[in-house]
Write a protein of this length. Structure first.
Length: 99
């Protein structure tokens, strides 16, 4: 399982719009072949700080996600709302075993 934790800080005035754009990306992403999970998490201490938890069966499935129209739309939509560059940290998912 290929997991990426994407850390995102948006400018506070764009928090609601970021959530709306991320909801649309989430709803399409969970329909992708190979997607196991796509969670949008918001910090209770800093409402402008988010983590996207993206789990795919393989690195190829995760790479295919970045070629979808919904991802490209999300990326373009939220680009100017970033307080700092987003950071994606890859992990190998061990449990649950999805094979």
């Amino acid at each position: 399982m290929h997991v990426t934790l994407v850390h995102i800080h948006v400018t506070p005035e764009n928090t609601k719009a970021f959530i709306a754009a991320s909801r649309a990306n989430h709803e399409a992403s969970i329909q992708e072949p190979g997607n196991l999970r796509f969670d949008v998490l918001q910090s209770p201490e800093d409402p402008a700080y988010f983590i996207l938890y993206e789990a795919y069966r393989s690195a190829q499935d995760a790479a295919a996600h970045k070629e979808t129209a919904h991802y490209k739309t999300w990326r373009q939509t939220v680009a100017d709302w970033m307080a700092e560059p987003r950071q994606g940290i890859p992990f190998t998912g061990l449990l649950p075993d999805v094979d």
